[in-house]
Write a protein that binds this ligand. Structure first.
Ligand SMILES: Cc1cc2nc3c(=O)[nH]c(=O)nc-3n(C[C@H](O)[C@H](O)[C@H](O)COP(=O)(O)OP(=O)(O)OC[C@H]3O[C@@H](n4cnc5c(N)ncnc54)[C@H](O)[C@@H]3O)c2cc1C
Length: 307
């Protein structure tokens, strides 16, 4: 199955946008800030918090990096003006890291300042392993500027459990996810069960320290384990939240989590770069093709069953 997915993913850049759009559309909250804001407003009305992400990564010029920094500044101001329950999520390479490291960091520090002035949280997404150490370093410096800074830690990396221990601090805000990039077996766990075990161990370590845990996953069996941990250890609900990507079907699970008094945040990606982003994501993780097709078939069978 993965072979077919990889084959389709490799062909994606050569397909017209109309062909790729259905693969991207359910997971992208529009091309403009206005469209994304409407979706966040609706999510908030339904009891969900949000985090807004401008699609894209790895800019190639200083002008592009400046534009992205300005666009995020506008997103922060818009969240504050509209009194929305939303943070922002930013990739450092989208601000220039990798092309001009000093510029990338300066832009992140500028966004930390704007976040502080507007009381909007800023999370630094985690990218592939060449950027892991730099991301944590920049996160720590930005946290000295703005209390509401967060970053991400990936359960597939062998180093992550140690990283949690080293990062521990009162304002630590860490999103734990499995990790989306293809990483070498030298540095990353490859088996799903072992990644899930590490995810649970990392959650324990984070909650045993003083940090706040953002539990980002759609894996229902992993959510079962996390809930069991939270209940058995009597973790207060202000120490953690659940997070999911916009558009990924979760059945009733999110409603159930909310009914238990748990906070649920939805990651809302938007922007013009949806095509490049989706193609890159699909090539890096061809499994997404099965997810999308699986979700299509689920919708189709519900439709057939109900009609
Ligand atoms: C809020 C949030 C933020 C994230 N931020 C980062 C980050 O900064 N860095 C990083 O490396 N990774 C990030 N990720 C991605 C994460 O690392 C995983 O790759 C992704 O969530 C899939 O793993 P899973 O835990 O959902 O479990 P899986 O076992 O992979 O998936 C469980 C089920 O969820 C569904 N599903 C999962 N992903 C998708 C998808 N994209 N489209 C459709 N259906 C899907 C499928 O039905 C699948 O069977 C983030 C994920 C979330 C939820």
């Amino acid at each position: 199955m993965l072979g077919i997915n990889s084959f389709i993913a490799a062909l994606m850049p050569f397909f017209p946008k109309w062909f790729v759009r259905p693969f991207a559309k359910p997971y992208v909250a529009g091309e403009t800030l206005d469209e994304a804001i409407e979706i966040v407003r609706q999510l908030n009305a339904d009891g969900f918090a949000a985090t807004m992400d401008i699609l894209g990564e790895f800019v190639e010029s200083k002008d592009e990096a400046n534009e992205i920094k300005d666009a995020y500044t506008q997103v922060i101001q818009c969240i504050a003006e509209n009194d929305l329950d939303s943070t922002i999520s930013v990739k450092l390479t989208h601000l220039g890291l990798g092309m001009d490291d000093a510029l990338g960091e300066a832009h992140m520090m500028a966004l930390a300042d704007v976040g502080k002035d507007n009381n909007v949280g800023v999370t630094i997404d985690m990218e592939n392993s060449p950027y892991t150490t730099q991301t944590f370093e920049i996160y720590k410096r930005a946290l000295a500027v703005h209390d509401r800074m967060g970053t991400v830690i990936q359960a597939y990396l062998f180093r992550s459990l140690d990283d949690i221990k080293h990062l521990d601090a009162p304002l630590l805000n860490l999103r734990i996810c499995k990790g989306i990039y293809k990483e070498s077996p030298d540095i990353a766990i490859q088996e799903r069960t072992a990644i899930n075990d590490n995810y649970v161990e990392m959650t324990k370590a984070l909650l045993n320290g003083s940090g706040y845990a953002c539990l980002a996953t759609h894996d229902l069996s992993l959510i079962d384990r996390l809930e069991a941990l939270i209940e058995s250890e009597n973790i207060p609900s202000d120490r953690f939240e659940f997070q999911v990507l916009y558009g990924v079907p979760m059945g009733n699970r999110l409603e159930e989590l909310k009914a238990k008094g748990y906070k649920v945040r939805v990651y809302v990606p938007f922007g013009e770069a949806w095509f490049e982003y989706s193609v890159r994501r699909l090539k890096e993780n061809p499994k997404i093709i099965s997810y999308v097709m699986g979700n299509w078939f689920k919708k189709l069978s519900v439709h057939l069953f109900e009609s």
